[in-house]
Design a protein around this ligand. Structure first.
Ligand SMILES: Nc1nc2c(c(=O)[nH]1)N[C@H]1C(S)=C(S)[C@@H](COP(=O)(O)O)O[C@H]1N2
Ligand SMILES: [Mo]
Length: 377
Protein backbone atom coordinates (compact mmCIF):
# COMPACT_ATOMS: atom_id res chain seq x y z
CA UNK A 1 0.00 0.00 0.00
CA UNK A 2 3.07 2.23 0.44
CA UNK A 3 3.27 2.56 -3.31
CA UNK A 4 -0.30 3.84 -3.65
CA UNK A 5 -0.10 6.40 -0.88
CA UNK A 6 3.09 7.79 -2.46
CA UNK A 7 1.61 8.09 -5.91
CA UNK A 8 0.41 11.52 -7.01
CA UNK A 9 -3.24 11.60 -8.09
CA UNK A 10 -4.28 12.68 -11.55
CA UNK A 11 -4.85 16.41 -11.46
CA UNK A 12 -1.42 17.00 -9.94
CA UNK A 13 0.83 19.47 -11.75
CA UNK A 14 4.53 18.75 -11.84
CA UNK A 15 7.46 21.09 -12.61
CA UNK A 16 10.16 18.54 -13.37
CA UNK A 17 10.89 17.87 -17.04
CA UNK A 18 11.62 14.27 -16.00
CA UNK A 19 8.87 11.71 -16.47
CA UNK A 20 7.67 10.03 -13.24
CA UNK A 21 7.43 6.22 -12.80
CA UNK A 22 3.62 6.49 -12.87
CA UNK A 23 3.70 8.32 -16.21
CA UNK A 24 6.22 5.84 -17.59
CA UNK A 25 3.91 3.00 -16.55
CA UNK A 26 1.02 4.63 -18.46
CA UNK A 27 3.27 5.38 -21.43
CA UNK A 28 4.40 1.78 -21.88
CA UNK A 29 0.81 0.52 -21.71
CA UNK A 30 -0.58 3.16 -24.09
CA UNK A 31 1.47 3.84 -27.20
CA UNK A 32 1.21 6.59 -29.78
CA UNK A 33 1.49 6.25 -33.57
CA UNK A 34 5.07 6.42 -34.88
CA UNK A 35 5.12 9.57 -37.03
CA UNK A 36 6.43 7.72 -40.10
CA UNK A 37 3.04 5.92 -40.15
CA UNK A 38 1.51 9.22 -41.32
CA UNK A 39 2.45 7.85 -44.76
CA UNK A 40 -0.58 5.57 -44.69
CA UNK A 41 -4.12 6.85 -45.30
CA UNK A 42 -5.33 3.94 -43.14
CA UNK A 43 -3.08 3.27 -40.17
CA UNK A 44 -1.75 -0.31 -40.37
CA UNK A 45 -2.81 -2.69 -37.55
CA UNK A 46 -0.77 -2.21 -34.39
CA UNK A 47 0.39 1.31 -35.31
CA UNK A 48 -2.89 3.06 -34.37
CA UNK A 49 -2.51 4.82 -30.99
CA UNK A 50 -3.98 3.17 -27.91
CA UNK A 51 -5.50 4.49 -24.71
CA UNK A 52 -6.85 2.23 -21.98
CA UNK A 53 -7.70 3.82 -18.61
CA UNK A 54 -8.03 0.59 -16.61
CA UNK A 55 -7.53 -3.04 -17.82
CA UNK A 56 -8.61 -4.67 -21.08
CA UNK A 57 -11.68 -6.71 -20.02
CA UNK A 58 -12.01 -10.41 -20.90
CA UNK A 59 -15.11 -10.93 -23.08
CA UNK A 60 -16.66 -14.15 -24.37
CA UNK A 61 -18.15 -13.32 -27.79
CA UNK A 62 -20.52 -16.30 -27.60
CA UNK A 63 -22.33 -15.06 -24.48
CA UNK A 64 -21.83 -11.33 -25.04
CA UNK A 65 -24.93 -9.15 -24.98
CA UNK A 66 -25.41 -5.41 -25.37
CA UNK A 67 -28.16 -4.00 -23.13
CA UNK A 68 -30.07 -1.13 -24.75
CA UNK A 69 -32.37 0.36 -22.15
CA UNK A 70 -33.46 3.28 -20.02
CA UNK A 71 -36.00 5.76 -21.34
CA UNK A 72 -37.25 3.40 -24.09
CA UNK A 73 -40.59 1.67 -24.91
CA UNK A 74 -38.95 -1.69 -25.73
CA UNK A 75 -35.55 -2.25 -24.09
CA UNK A 76 -33.37 -4.66 -26.08
CA UNK A 77 -30.68 -7.24 -25.49
CA UNK A 78 -28.54 -7.77 -28.58
CA UNK A 79 -26.01 -10.52 -29.26
CA UNK A 80 -23.01 -9.89 -31.51
CA UNK A 81 -24.86 -11.83 -34.25
CA UNK A 82 -27.94 -9.59 -33.83
CA UNK A 83 -25.74 -6.53 -34.27
CA UNK A 84 -23.92 -7.97 -37.29
CA UNK A 85 -27.21 -8.87 -39.01
CA UNK A 86 -28.28 -5.20 -39.00
CA UNK A 87 -27.42 -2.87 -41.94
CA UNK A 88 -23.66 -2.26 -41.91
CA UNK A 89 -21.68 0.91 -42.62
CA UNK A 90 -17.91 1.22 -43.10
CA UNK A 91 -16.39 4.62 -42.47
CA UNK A 92 -12.79 5.96 -42.38
CA UNK A 93 -12.45 7.93 -39.14
CA UNK A 94 -9.48 9.72 -37.58
CA UNK A 95 -9.29 9.32 -33.79
CA UNK A 96 -7.12 11.53 -31.58
CA UNK A 97 -6.78 11.49 -27.79
CA UNK A 98 -7.87 14.75 -26.15
CA UNK A 99 -4.65 14.62 -24.10
CA UNK A 100 -2.43 14.64 -27.20
CA UNK A 101 0.38 17.18 -26.61
CA UNK A 102 0.01 17.06 -22.80
CA UNK A 103 3.66 16.26 -22.09
CA UNK A 104 4.75 19.49 -23.85
CA UNK A 105 3.07 21.58 -21.13
CA UNK A 106 4.92 23.17 -18.23
CA UNK A 107 4.03 22.60 -15.46
CA UNK A 108 2.86 19.21 -16.69
CA UNK A 109 -0.54 17.76 -15.71
CA UNK A 110 0.17 14.22 -14.45
CA UNK A 111 -1.55 11.71 -16.73
CA UNK A 112 -0.72 9.82 -19.93
CA UNK A 113 2.30 11.84 -21.22
CA UNK A 114 1.54 12.16 -24.93
CA UNK A 115 3.94 14.27 -27.00
CA UNK A 116 1.84 14.75 -30.16
CA UNK A 117 1.33 11.43 -31.89
CA UNK A 118 -1.82 10.05 -30.15
CA UNK A 119 -3.70 9.63 -33.41
CA UNK A 120 -4.67 7.05 -36.01
CA UNK A 121 -7.15 6.50 -38.84
CA UNK A 122 -9.06 3.26 -39.34
CA UNK A 123 -11.94 1.93 -41.41
CA UNK A 124 -14.55 1.02 -38.82
CA UNK A 125 -17.49 -1.26 -39.66
CA UNK A 126 -20.68 -1.41 -37.66
CA UNK A 127 -24.32 -0.45 -37.51
CA UNK A 128 -25.83 3.00 -37.05
CA UNK A 129 -27.16 3.74 -33.55
CA UNK A 130 -30.13 5.97 -34.51
CA UNK A 131 -32.32 3.32 -36.22
CA UNK A 132 -31.76 1.00 -33.27
CA UNK A 133 -32.98 3.61 -30.77
CA UNK A 134 -35.94 4.46 -33.03
CA UNK A 135 -36.93 0.78 -33.12
CA UNK A 136 -36.67 0.59 -29.34
CA UNK A 137 -38.98 3.63 -29.14
CA UNK A 138 -37.63 6.77 -27.49
CA UNK A 139 -39.87 7.86 -24.63
CA UNK A 140 -41.02 11.42 -24.12
CA UNK A 141 -38.32 13.35 -22.25
CA UNK A 142 -35.33 11.35 -23.56
CA UNK A 143 -32.38 13.75 -23.29
CA UNK A 144 -29.05 11.89 -23.24
CA UNK A 145 -27.56 8.53 -24.11
CA UNK A 146 -25.03 6.97 -21.72
CA UNK A 147 -22.45 4.50 -23.10
CA UNK A 148 -20.93 2.16 -20.51
CA UNK A 149 -17.87 -0.03 -20.93
CA UNK A 150 -17.09 -3.39 -19.33
CA UNK A 151 -13.81 -2.06 -17.94
CA UNK A 152 -13.74 -1.02 -14.30
CA UNK A 153 -11.24 0.88 -12.19
CA UNK A 154 -10.67 3.75 -9.82
CA UNK A 155 -10.02 7.29 -11.03
CA UNK A 156 -10.37 10.56 -9.12
CA UNK A 157 -11.02 8.39 -6.05
CA UNK A 158 -14.16 6.97 -7.70
CA UNK A 159 -14.82 3.28 -8.42
CA UNK A 160 -16.38 3.23 -11.88
CA UNK A 161 -17.00 1.54 -15.17
CA UNK A 162 -15.63 3.71 -17.99
CA UNK A 163 -18.67 5.62 -19.26
CA UNK A 164 -19.50 8.72 -21.25
CA UNK A 165 -22.68 10.30 -22.58
CA UNK A 166 -23.88 12.23 -25.62
CA UNK A 167 -26.88 14.52 -25.96
CA UNK A 168 -29.73 12.73 -27.78
CA UNK A 169 -29.16 15.04 -30.75
CA UNK A 170 -25.45 14.14 -31.03
CA UNK A 171 -26.15 10.42 -30.47
CA UNK A 172 -28.79 10.31 -33.23
CA UNK A 173 -26.49 11.58 -35.98
CA UNK A 174 -26.22 9.11 -38.89
CA UNK A 175 -22.46 8.68 -38.59
CA UNK A 176 -22.58 7.51 -34.95
CA UNK A 177 -21.85 3.77 -35.12
CA UNK A 178 -21.69 0.68 -32.92
CA UNK A 179 -18.70 -1.04 -34.52
CA UNK A 180 -17.43 -4.63 -34.40
CA UNK A 181 -14.69 -4.47 -37.06
CA UNK A 182 -11.58 -2.41 -37.80
CA UNK A 183 -9.96 -2.49 -41.25
CA UNK A 184 -12.13 -5.49 -42.19
CA UNK A 185 -11.16 -7.59 -39.14
CA UNK A 186 -12.92 -8.18 -35.79
CA UNK A 187 -11.90 -5.59 -33.19
CA UNK A 188 -8.75 -6.71 -31.37
CA UNK A 189 -8.96 -6.73 -27.53
CA UNK A 190 -7.14 -3.40 -27.15
CA UNK A 191 -9.51 -1.51 -29.50
CA UNK A 192 -12.72 -2.61 -27.76
CA UNK A 193 -13.61 -6.22 -28.66
CA UNK A 194 -16.37 -7.12 -29.27
CA UNK A 195 -18.15 -3.75 -29.69
CA UNK A 196 -17.30 -0.06 -29.41
CA UNK A 197 -18.85 3.30 -30.11
CA UNK A 198 -17.52 5.54 -32.91
CA UNK A 199 -18.51 9.22 -32.89
CA UNK A 200 -16.75 10.70 -35.94
CA UNK A 201 -15.13 14.10 -35.38
CA UNK A 202 -15.00 13.85 -31.58
CA UNK A 203 -11.91 13.43 -29.39
CA UNK A 204 -10.98 9.87 -28.38
CA UNK A 205 -12.65 9.67 -24.95
CA UNK A 206 -16.08 9.71 -26.63
CA UNK A 207 -15.53 6.43 -28.51
CA UNK A 208 -16.38 4.07 -25.63
CA UNK A 209 -14.79 0.62 -26.03
CA UNK A 210 -16.01 -2.79 -24.75
CA UNK A 211 -19.62 -1.56 -24.69
CA UNK A 212 -21.78 -3.23 -22.05
CA UNK A 213 -24.83 -0.96 -22.30
CA UNK A 214 -26.45 1.96 -24.05
CA UNK A 215 -28.87 3.75 -21.72
CA UNK A 216 -31.24 6.55 -22.67
CA UNK A 217 -31.80 9.02 -19.80
CA UNK A 218 -34.03 12.00 -19.18
CA UNK A 219 -31.29 13.97 -17.39
CA UNK A 220 -27.67 15.05 -17.72
CA UNK A 221 -25.18 12.27 -16.96
CA UNK A 222 -22.79 13.25 -14.15
CA UNK A 223 -20.31 10.35 -14.20
CA UNK A 224 -16.60 11.02 -13.57
CA UNK A 225 -15.41 10.83 -17.21
CA UNK A 226 -18.21 13.21 -18.23
CA UNK A 227 -18.65 15.79 -15.49
CA UNK A 228 -15.23 15.86 -13.76
CA UNK A 229 -12.73 14.86 -16.46
CA UNK A 230 -12.33 16.19 -20.01
CA UNK A 231 -12.88 19.88 -19.39
CA UNK A 232 -10.66 22.69 -20.64
CA UNK A 233 -9.96 24.72 -17.48
CA UNK A 234 -7.05 26.92 -16.54
CA UNK A 235 -8.20 27.73 -12.99
CA UNK A 236 -8.76 25.15 -10.22
CA UNK A 237 -12.42 25.02 -9.15
CA UNK A 238 -13.59 26.49 -12.44
CA UNK A 239 -16.20 24.39 -14.27
CA UNK A 240 -14.44 24.89 -17.60
CA UNK A 241 -15.63 23.95 -21.07
CA UNK A 242 -16.37 20.28 -21.92
CA UNK A 243 -14.06 18.72 -24.51
CA UNK A 244 -16.05 17.64 -27.59
CA UNK A 245 -14.88 17.79 -31.21
CA UNK A 246 -11.23 17.74 -32.30
CA UNK A 247 -9.44 21.01 -32.95
CA UNK A 248 -7.36 21.12 -36.14
CA UNK A 249 -3.89 19.59 -36.17
CA UNK A 250 -1.33 18.82 -38.87
CA UNK A 251 1.61 16.49 -38.41
CA UNK A 252 4.57 15.76 -40.69
CA UNK A 253 6.60 12.63 -41.27
CA UNK A 254 9.96 13.77 -39.86
CA UNK A 255 12.27 13.87 -42.90
CA UNK A 256 15.67 12.17 -43.26
CA UNK A 257 17.18 9.85 -40.67
CA UNK A 258 16.99 10.21 -36.87
CA UNK A 259 19.58 10.32 -34.13
CA UNK A 260 18.69 7.42 -31.80
CA UNK A 261 18.33 9.39 -28.54
CA UNK A 262 17.39 12.97 -29.45
CA UNK A 263 15.58 12.05 -32.68
CA UNK A 264 17.15 15.09 -34.35
CA UNK A 265 16.93 14.47 -38.09
CA UNK A 266 19.70 14.48 -40.74
CA UNK A 267 18.94 15.34 -44.35
CA UNK A 268 21.46 15.64 -47.22
CA UNK A 269 21.47 19.06 -48.97
CA UNK A 270 18.64 18.77 -51.51
CA UNK A 271 15.16 19.87 -52.51
CA UNK A 272 13.38 17.63 -50.05
CA UNK A 273 9.76 16.40 -50.28
CA UNK A 274 7.90 16.65 -46.96
CA UNK A 275 4.51 15.07 -46.28
CA UNK A 276 2.00 14.50 -43.53
CA UNK A 277 -1.70 14.50 -42.62
CA UNK A 278 -4.08 17.12 -41.21
CA UNK A 279 -7.52 16.83 -39.60
CA UNK A 280 -10.16 18.71 -37.65
CA UNK A 281 -13.41 17.50 -36.08
CA UNK A 282 -14.96 20.96 -36.35
CA UNK A 283 -14.91 21.61 -40.11
CA UNK A 284 -13.01 20.37 -43.18
CA UNK A 285 -9.31 21.25 -43.34
CA UNK A 286 -9.00 24.45 -45.39
CA UNK A 287 -5.23 24.96 -45.52
CA UNK A 288 -1.93 23.55 -44.29
CA UNK A 289 1.12 25.80 -43.97
CA UNK A 290 4.75 24.74 -43.71
CA UNK A 291 7.68 26.59 -42.12
CA UNK A 292 11.40 25.78 -42.12
CA UNK A 293 12.36 28.66 -39.81
CA UNK A 294 10.52 27.78 -36.61
CA UNK A 295 7.27 29.47 -37.62
CA UNK A 296 8.57 32.91 -38.65
CA UNK A 297 7.59 32.46 -42.32
CA UNK A 298 5.05 30.09 -43.87
CA UNK A 299 4.20 28.68 -47.29
CA UNK A 300 1.04 26.81 -48.32
CA UNK A 301 1.30 23.02 -48.74
CA UNK A 302 -0.76 21.04 -51.30
CA UNK A 303 -3.69 19.13 -49.80
CA UNK A 304 -5.29 15.93 -51.14
CA UNK A 305 -8.86 14.66 -50.76
CA UNK A 306 -9.83 12.74 -47.61
CA UNK A 307 -11.15 9.13 -47.67
CA UNK A 308 -14.25 10.37 -45.80
CA UNK A 309 -15.48 13.63 -44.23
CA UNK A 310 -14.14 12.25 -40.91
CA UNK A 311 -10.65 11.19 -42.02
CA UNK A 312 -7.43 13.18 -42.18
CA UNK A 313 -6.14 14.71 -45.47
CA UNK A 314 -2.65 14.15 -46.85
CA UNK A 315 -0.53 17.24 -47.48
CA UNK A 316 2.76 17.56 -49.35
CA UNK A 317 5.33 20.25 -50.00
CA UNK A 318 8.87 20.69 -51.29
CA UNK A 319 11.39 22.03 -48.80
CA UNK A 320 14.40 23.88 -50.16
CA UNK A 321 17.04 22.17 -48.01
CA UNK A 322 19.97 22.99 -50.26
CA UNK A 323 21.83 25.11 -47.68
CA UNK A 324 23.59 23.16 -44.88
CA UNK A 325 22.65 24.20 -41.34
CA UNK A 326 20.12 23.68 -38.56
CA UNK A 327 16.38 24.09 -39.15
CA UNK A 328 13.18 23.88 -37.16
CA UNK A 329 10.36 22.58 -39.36
CA UNK A 330 6.76 23.39 -38.40
CA UNK A 331 3.38 22.62 -39.89
CA UNK A 332 0.07 24.32 -39.11
CA UNK A 333 -3.51 23.44 -40.07
CA UNK A 334 -6.52 25.73 -40.44
CA UNK A 335 -10.08 24.47 -40.81
CA UNK A 336 -13.02 25.94 -42.74
CA UNK A 337 -14.53 27.26 -39.49
CA UNK A 338 -11.42 29.43 -39.03
CA UNK A 339 -9.86 27.35 -36.24
CA UNK A 340 -6.07 27.59 -36.53
CA UNK A 341 -3.33 25.84 -34.57
CA UNK A 342 -1.58 28.06 -32.01
CA UNK A 343 2.21 28.49 -32.11
CA UNK A 344 2.44 28.36 -28.31
CA UNK A 345 1.36 25.49 -26.03
CA UNK A 346 -2.26 25.79 -24.97
CA UNK A 347 -1.83 25.31 -21.20
CA UNK A 348 -4.69 23.96 -19.08
CA UNK A 349 -5.11 21.91 -15.89
CA UNK A 350 -5.85 18.54 -17.52
CA UNK A 351 -3.58 18.99 -20.51
CA UNK A 352 -6.36 18.54 -23.05
CA UNK A 353 -6.85 20.12 -26.50
CA UNK A 354 -3.22 21.27 -26.74
CA UNK A 355 -2.94 21.51 -30.51
CA UNK A 356 0.18 23.70 -30.65
CA UNK A 357 2.13 23.24 -33.91
CA UNK A 358 4.60 20.35 -34.27
CA UNK A 359 8.30 21.32 -34.31
CA UNK A 360 10.96 19.05 -35.82
CA UNK A 361 14.70 19.79 -35.51
CA UNK A 362 16.59 18.94 -38.71
CA UNK A 363 20.26 19.23 -39.60
CA UNK A 364 20.97 19.62 -43.31
CA UNK A 365 24.36 18.06 -44.00
CA UNK A 366 26.23 15.02 -42.81
CA UNK A 367 25.64 13.97 -39.20
CA UNK A 368 28.46 15.36 -37.06
CA UNK A 369 29.12 12.15 -35.14
CA UNK A 370 31.49 13.72 -32.61
CA UNK A 371 29.07 16.56 -31.84
CA UNK A 372 26.18 14.09 -31.36
CA UNK A 373 28.31 12.04 -29.00
CA UNK A 374 29.20 15.21 -27.02
CA UNK A 375 25.54 16.32 -26.87
CA UNK A 376 24.32 12.99 -25.52
CA UNK A 377 27.09 12.53 -22.91
N1 LIG B 1 -14.31 1.53 -22.22
C1 LIG B 1 -13.33 2.40 -22.51
N2 LIG B 1 -13.45 3.14 -23.63
C2 LIG B 1 -12.49 4.03 -23.96
C3 LIG B 1 -11.37 4.23 -23.12
C4 LIG B 1 -11.26 3.44 -21.96
O1 LIG B 1 -10.31 3.53 -21.18
N3 LIG B 1 -12.28 2.54 -21.68
N4 LIG B 1 -10.44 5.20 -23.45
C5 LIG B 1 -10.94 6.30 -24.30
C6 LIG B 1 -9.92 7.21 -24.74
S1 LIG B 1 -9.44 8.40 -23.65
C7 LIG B 1 -9.43 7.19 -26.03
S2 LIG B 1 -8.32 8.37 -26.52
C8 LIG B 1 -9.86 6.17 -27.00
C9 LIG B 1 -8.69 5.42 -27.58
O2 LIG B 1 -9.11 4.49 -28.54
P1 LIG B 1 -8.07 3.45 -29.15
O3 LIG B 1 -7.29 2.85 -28.00
O4 LIG B 1 -8.86 2.46 -29.90
O5 LIG B 1 -7.17 4.25 -30.05
O6 LIG B 1 -10.75 5.21 -26.40
C10 LIG B 1 -11.69 5.75 -25.51
N5 LIG B 1 -12.62 4.72 -25.11
MO1 LIG C 1 -7.98 9.86 -24.77
Amino acid sequence: MERISQSRPAGTLIETPDITQDELQLAVRNHSMPLEALRYAITPPGLHYLLIHFDIPAVDAATYELAVGGHLEKPLHLSLEDLKSRPATTLAVTLECAGNGRARLSPRPLSQPWLGEAVGTAEWTGTSLAPLLHEAGLKEGAAEVVFTGLDRGVQGGIDQFYERSLSLEDAMRDEVLLVYAINGLPLPPQHGFPLRLIVPGWYGMTHVKWLRSVTVTDRAFDGYQQAAAYHYRTVEGDLGVPVTRMLPRALMVPPGVPDFMSRTRFVPPSIHPVEGRAWSGRAPIASVDFSSDGGRSWSAADIEEALSPYAWRRWTTLWDATKPGEYELCVRATDAAGNIQPLEQSWNLEGVQNNAVQRVRVVVGEPDVEQIAADTR
